[in-house]
Design a protein around this ligand. Structure first.
Ligand code: ADP
Ligand code: ZN
Length: 735
């Protein structure tokens, strides 16, 4: 057994135990241990009022409740207990994010049917026989079966994935194409073999891999920044850390920022270890989720690849967490429990004695600073693997380009695109704006169409033939007449989105095969994955994409990246505007020239002399981070100072402002730690779904009891009915 594993406290029948439930009660409640006793960490069912609810034995009971009214635990569930290490993690994560503990427990028990014991269920498998009569629906079923890749699947799940009725499935069973059988509900995952040969690593890769493996072999906590340019083979390198972890008999977790990236990753794991790992994300069926949750607890899933919530799985013996593309903003959960998976990974690892690998070509400034100060180890991969070279980066000065109105592709860029198509290569046009046009304006009165429920302009989506609010998702048809002045036929689209850019591309490059990649254009993760595979196989000449194309995809034929508006992210006063633009531009440029042909990235900009644009072009990354870090230090901003964003919302604007004002006045607990409070001010998006939003910002120095002060401060006032208050520690978004 590894470090940090202690023997949990044992309770005999009738002993008082504190049980934490997932109900919003704030603290553990007293119960009596059931017949046979129980152990701290056991998952149990307890009576709560007239109901029975899920809970976890948290420790000794408090004994401050009338002993005659204390009821016994109904039963101990047949599931692996939450270990001491896991409970400590949940407690510390709750304290850090100022989240009530029951909500943390809910995150950690998000699998169906935890109460049900092992049982069997009817599952399907392909017999290998071809359907005699091939209908479209049947083909879809066979396709869907493929995507489950041999995982157990029920008729219901298969029908849902294929989008057919269960009658189609039954038909296939009758025809002998599918066979039904009884399977135990939760099967262990196939064993991964860490001793299969790895790829031949370059010297630089081998050195980094050996350093990571050595760190894992210590069995202690440590965090390493694996900084490698795009295409340097970071994945190959950290898979060697995974291999060492598996050899130690411990479990590994790899977090990816985007579900669409998992398919490619699963294949690489299979190539390296001989079998696919377990998957945990929103696209996984609930049967598989339950299986994974249970297998993780007994150590029968060695490697999990997942989204940020996989951090809350009850690993039996976690030895390594890899956070791939660690700078990615999707690691910050912005709803419900507000947490940053990267930071929580470090917290969890430090508690259970595991290693963390943060992999990125463009690390978050926080991570760079931690590596710079020696808190994290740092390993660098400075060259692309094999013959691939880093793309050359240049600016196109848009002040010198003549563009017709409603055109966004400069002559210079267009000529480059033509040259690539002629050479049988691919070009990517990057524009980080979904939809057709960001603004719909009335040419008669100047009115801009906004959402009725939100303080946001509605974005035209021509594929949907509707206007869409990107805040609340409300849609409506594009009006014929202006909603303000009623003049007809004057509504006009202003500015470009990817759909509009696609129109320009179609006119400009007739005959070119165009693929638009934007998160809203794909109903399912699978459809997006297919589009990405088609592109990688050469099925498109021009790719138009939003930021989803910037994330880790490999398009071997892609040799040109054209950024339509490199200035877009630099507008606005966001603390991280420079950092984000730098990361996004370098990442998207990194898609070019990943195979043997060199790539070029061209940035259309109106301010080529802007320091951030210059840093992007020259690639003097260390200079850029050093300058950014110096600025943050001067401003006392993160990571040099602490910050919390407070968002209050209510349907009545007066109620929310009054309350926020009162809270700001009662700043004693904050002043006591030298913290400052800014606001209240209307949030940049001042209304969402009919709720008015007000922000406060609290800043403090490092090393102060920040969370405790915030909790005391916010706890002074009772919330008016229907008022929501969210405290966001280390905020990423200021909207
Ligand atoms: P990164 O994550 O750093 O962008 P990847 O790990 O995705 O890089 O590697 C980029 C490409 O190079 C992938 O197709 C990968 O399979 C290939 N590659 C990297 N290292 C090796 C190696 N040692 N042997 C063979 N192929 C490699
Ligand atoms: Zn809206």
């Amino acid at each position: 057994m590894g470090k940090g594993v202690r023997v949990s406290e044992r309770f005999a029948e009738g002993d008082l135990v504190g049980v934490l439930t997932t109900e919003p009660l704030g603290r553990p409640l007293d119960y009596k241990a059931p017949a046979g006793g129980c152990t701290a960490g056991d998952l149990v069912e307890v009576p709560l009022g007239p109901r029975r609810v899920l809970g976890c034995v948290w420790g000794k009971g408090e004994g401050n409740f009338d002993i005659h009214r204390v009821r016994p635990v109904t039963r101990v569930l047949d599931a692996a207990p939450l270990r001491d290490e896991m409970r400590t993690f949940l407690q510390r994560a709750a304290d850090y994010t100022l989240t009530p503990l029951p909500q943390m427990l809910r995150l950690a028990t998000r699998a169906p049917d935890l109460g049900a014991g092992p049982a069997t269920r009817r599952v399907l498998r392909a017999t290998g026989r071809e359907p005699a009569r091939e209908t479209e629906a049947r083909l879809r079923v066979m396709d869907a079966l493929d995507t489950f890749g041999g995982a157990w699947v029920t008729a219901g799940e298969l029908a849902a994935e294929a989008g057919v009725s269960t009658a189609v499935i039954k038909g296939l069973v009758k025809a002998g194409v599918l066979a039904e059988e009884d399977a135990p509900r939760d099967l262990p995952y196939p064993r991964l073999n860490p001793n299969l040969p790895s790829k031949d690593l370059s010297d630089g890769q081998a050195e980094a891999a050996a350093a990571l493996a050595a760190a894992v072999a210590t069995g202690d906590y440590g965090t390493t920044l694996l900084k490698g340019v795009t295409g340097s083979g970071k994945t190959e390198v950290y898979l060697e850390a995974v291999a060492e972890c598996l050899r130690q008999g411990r479990q590994a977790l790899v977090l990816l920022p985007e579900i669409a990236l998992t398919a490619g990753f699963l294949d690489r794991v299979e190539a390296r270890f001989g079998a696919k790992p377990a998957e945990w994300h929103s696209g996984v069926t609930s049967t598989e989720r339950r299986r994974l949750w249970r297998m993780i607890g007994v150590g029968e899933a060695q490697l999990v690849v997942g989204a940020r919530s996989a951090l809350f799985l009850p690993f039996r013996e976690l030895g390594l967490i890899v956070v791939d593309e660690e700078h990615d903003t999707s690691y910050k959960q912005e709803e419900g429990v507000l947490y940053n998976a990267r930071d929580m990974a470090v917290l969890r690892a430090s508690i259970c004695g595991a290693q963390v690998v943060l992999a990125s070509a463009t690390p978050a400034l926080e991570t760079w600073v931690n590596a710079d100060s020696g808190k994290y180890r740092r390993l660098d991969l400075t060259a692309r693997f094999g013959a691939a070279e880093l793309p050359e980066m240049r600016a196109i000065d848009m002040r010198a380009e003549k563009l017709a109105s409603n055109r966004w592709i400069s002559e210079t860029l267009a000529r480059q695109v033509e040259a690539r198509i002629a050479a049988g290569e691919q070009a990517l046009l990057f524009l980080n704006r979904r939809g057709y046009a960001p603004v719909t304006i009335c040419r008669a009165c100047g009115h801009q169409v906004g959402c009725t429920e939100c303080d946001a302009r509605m974005v035209e989506h021509r594929f949907l033939k509707r206007l869409v609010c990107h805040q609340c998702g409300a849609t409506r048809p594009v009006p014929e007449a202006c909603p303000a002045c009623s003049v007809e036929g004057k509504m006009a689209a202003v500015g470009p989105g990817v759909e509009r850019l696609a129109e320009e591309v179609a006119e400009r490059f007739p005959g070119a095969r165009v693929s638009v990649l934007s998160s809203d254009l794909f109903g399912t993760a699978r459809a997006l994955k297919e589009a990405i595979e088609t592109i990688a196989a050469g099925g498109a000449d021009i790719i138009i994409g939003t930021q989803i194309v910037a994330k880790g995809h490999n398009f071997p034929l892609l040799t040109l990246v054209g950024v339509i508006d490199a200035d877009l992210g630099l507008q606005g006063s966001d603390l991280r505007a420079a950092e984000r633009t730098f990361q996004l531009m370098r990442q998207v440029a990194g898609r070019a020239g990943r195979a043997d042909k060199p790539g070029v990235a061209l940035l259309q900009t109106h301010q080529p002399e802007h320091p951030v644009i210059r840093a992007i072009l020259t690639g003097n990354e260390e200079d850029f981070w050093r300058a950014e870090a110096a600025e943050r230090r001067m401003a006392g901003a993160p990571p040099y100072g602490r910050m919390a964003g407070i968002v209050l919302s209510h349907p009545d604007v007066a109620v929310v402002f009054d309350f926020a004002g009162e809270l700001a006045r009662r700043d004693g607990p904050l002043r006591a730690i030298g913290a400052q409070i800014y606001g209240p001010a209307p949030a940049p998006i001042a209304r969402v779904r009919g709720r008015h939003r007000v922000r406060l910002l609290v800043k403090a120095e490092r090393g102060t009891p920040f969370q405790a002060a915030l909790a005391e401060w916010a706890g002074q006032l009772k919330l008016p009915a229907n008022l929501r208050l969210a405290i966001d520690i280390d905020p990423q978004s200021f909207l």
